[in-house]
Design a protein around this ligand. Structure first.
Ligand code: E4P
Length: 215
């Protein structure tokens, strides 16, 4: 499973990219609004740092407007993926983008049927929202497993991005369930690196080395 970062914050993107573990970035209108910056300018900055897929979401609701907006986003850099909401208008736009060779990420996926439709429309990626399903008492990871199984049975090559990741167990479980990618908030990336026994082990190694050097 590959790792994307789920943020529009440039410092966070740089920090995780420097670790050598990053394959892409996802943004959404809420994440961009939080940054208070020009959207296209921020996408230029992000795509100059990260060479993998960078998802940029359209905010239009009609297919023809989504197509116009998405083409402008895709023109910013060759690694822009146009993020489109899972609606009937969104599916039409995804189909049009796929005919033109523009990559798409269908977002706000909450059921297997939505994922199947998005894949058939030509989506490059689907983004099931694990955390938001958990929030309403449904099992987000089970949905990832179900979509992975269905895509496998039917030979669909659309990649599954586990989105709305809230904690480290979501990452491990998404990998086990067959997600191709998890898009992870910066805070969860930091938590993934830590373990108290790593800290204690390193502390003890260095203390022993210090004693040995000063013997
Ligand atoms: C990413 O593609 C999604 O927009 C994002 O993961 C949603 O996360 P949230 O449910 O924490 O807002």
């Amino acid at each position: 499973m590959k790792f994307f970062i789920d943020t529009a914050n440039i410092d966070q993107i740089r920090e995780i990219n420097d670790l050598g573990v990053l394959s892409g970035v996802t943004t959404n209108p809420s994440l961009v609004a939080k940054e208070g910056v020009d959207f296209h300018e921020r996408l230029r900055e992000i795509t100059s740092i990260v060479k993998g897929s960078v998802s940029a979401e359209v905010v239009s609701t009609k297919a023809e407007d989504m197509i116009e907006e998405g083409k402008k986003l895709a023109a910013i850099a060759p690694n822009i993926t146009v993020k489109v909401p899972m609606t009937s208008e969104g599916l039409k736009a995804v189909h049009a983008f796929s005919e033109e060779g523009i990559k798409t990420n269908v977002t706000l996926i909450f059921s297997a049927n939505q994922a199947l439709l998005a894949a058939r429309a030509g989506a490059s990626y689907v983004s099931p929202f694990v955390g938001r399903l958990d929030d309403i008492g449904q099992n987000g990871i089970e949905l990832i497993a179900q979509i992975a199984e269905l895509f496998d049975i039917h030979g669909l090559d659309t990649e599954i991005i586990a989105a709305s990741v809230r904690h480290t167990m979501h990452v491990t479980e998404a990998a086990e369930a067959g997600a191709h990618i998890a898009t992870i908030p910066h805070k969860v990336f930091m938590q993934m690196m830590n373990h108290p026994l790593t800290d204690k082990g390193l502390h003890d190694f260095l203390a022993d080395w210090d004693k040995y050097k000063n013997r």
